[in-house]
Design a protein around this ligand. Structure first.
Ligand code: SF4
Ligand code: SF4
Ligand code: SF4
Length: 387
């Protein structure tokens, strides 16, 4: 089955009323047009985050849909269709069925996916654990190189930036290519899942990876762009074939006539469906960084990390920082590690410029495009009643 390849995910339709609101929420200045003129998107600058889409008061902005492709795969008996669900979806999906924001409908979501015909229902948290291990280990190697532990000289530079937000990655590639060596080489949980599904899981399930179709349910429109990046073929195939947003999953459930609220609670399939739970906090800003930092701390010190106290940096509100003192067994000394969380791309420039100028005090920096993190991603339910 061929996959539609388009990297222009977000579009302004003729419903645009030229109110100009979208330009105030776009983090990259990609939306063009004056008051009174239909607006349009400069796709070179756009990072596909969908913040304009969820904030347009007239519903004039849409994202490219892969729903028809997914339905075709589900109807094809030669395909084994595997689905993964991100942590931020389960606490937002219920809104589309009249529940309060934050209601956890994980069990009903897994049940609905089975009734839609998915052959295997998995949780992205498994792959998020892998991302934590990879990012945490990479951070350790970079810290070792920084403090002069022999054998780690070729590790990347500090600070290390997180890599799991595809909007942030596109922004860095477009605007600050010199910062790329600082970005973790770990794939996002979505992409790790796809690669593991079409290799390890395919082998365990005795399925030819060519016949496996991997779908992600994400709170994020930029994930539609990420899955189509040309390097995301570690399994020898496109690792993730299609992405549906939380909104699109809700629509599929409604279109199929499934009474979502009356579904029983079901569990994810096991093979790659188990996780430590550490990855649940990926959905909010600070979650990725804190989970990887905990891993690094435990490996380096042999102890558990207590609560990390973050403080807002004065005058840079969506920027928070903390210092964690890590006792490193190998060195017999304690090393202070300065960490930073940036929530919203419009605040990242000054942090990057400090790094490039060699005046950054940070060792580990998390960057997420959407305000508050993926829980407020461009694929989440739209609250029109706020206008
Ligand atoms: S917010 Fe919507 S209606 Fe207003 S200018 Fe942007 S696309 Fe047009
Ligand atoms: S998707 Fe994001 S970057 Fe692209 S135009 Fe909309 S708000 Fe701007
Ligand atoms: S913060 Fe999360 S939802 Fe928003 S663009 Fe990044 S990965 Fe997607």
């Amino acid at each position: 089955m061929s996959t539609v390849v388009t990297k222009e995910i977000i579009h302004v339709t003729d419903r645009c009323k030229s109110c100009d609101h979208c330009t105030s929420v776009c983090p990259t200045g990609a939306i063009k047009g004056r008051l009174g003129e239909k607006h349009y998107i400069d796709h070179k600058k756009c990072v596909n985050c969908g913040q304009c889409l969820i904030n347009c008061p007239f519903g004039a902005i849409v994202d490219m849909s892969m729903a028809e492709q997914v339905k075709k795969a589900l109807a094809d008996p030669s395909k084994v269709v595997v689905v993964q669900t991100a942590p931020a979806v389960r606490v937002a999906l219920g809104e589309e069925f009249g529940l309060e924001p934050g209601a956890n409908v994980k069990g009903k979501m897994f049940a609905a996916l089975r009734r839609l015909g998915f052959d295997k229902v998995y949780d992205t948290e498994f792959a998020a654990d892998l991302t934590i291990m990879e990012e945490g280990t990479e951070l350790i190697h970079r810290i070792f190189a920084h403090v002069g532990v022999p054998g780690y000289e070729k590790s990347g530079p500090l600070p290390q930036f997180t890599s799991c937000c595809p909007a942030w990655i596109k922004y860095a590639e477009d605007r600050y290519p010199k910062i790329l060596p600082h970005i973790s080489s770990a794939k996002s949980p979505q992409q790790m899942f796809g690669a593991v599904a079409k290799t390890y899981a395919a082998q365990k399930l005795n399925v030819n990876p060519a016949d496996m179709y991997v779908v992600s349910i994400m709170p994020c429109t930029a994930k539609k762009y990420e899955c189509q990046r040309e390097e995301m073929i570690a399994s020898g195939f496109q690792d993730v074939d299609a992405v549906l947003t939380t909104r699109e999953l809700a629509q599929m459930i409604k279109d199929a006539g499934i009474n979502f609220l009356s579904l029983p609670d079901e569990k994810a399939d096991r093979l790659i469906g188990s996780s430590t739970g550490a990855a649940t906090i990926f959905g909010v800003t600070g979650g990725v960084m804190e989970a990887a930092l905990r891993t690094a701390y435990e490996i380096l010190s042999g102890q558990s990390l207590g609560n990390v106290e973050f403080k807002t940096v004065r005058g840079r509100k969506p920027i928070r920082e903390a210092t964690v003192n890590i006792p490193i067994k190998e060195l017999g000394k304690t090393v202070p590690v300065n960490v930073c969380i940036v929530s919203g791309l419009k605040y990242v420039n000054e942090v990057i410029e400090d790094v490039l100028a060699g005046r950054s005090k940070y060792h580990f920096i998390e960057v997420m495009n959407c305000p508050g993190g993926c829980i407020n991603g461009g694929g989440q339910p739209i609250r029109r009643d706020t206008y």
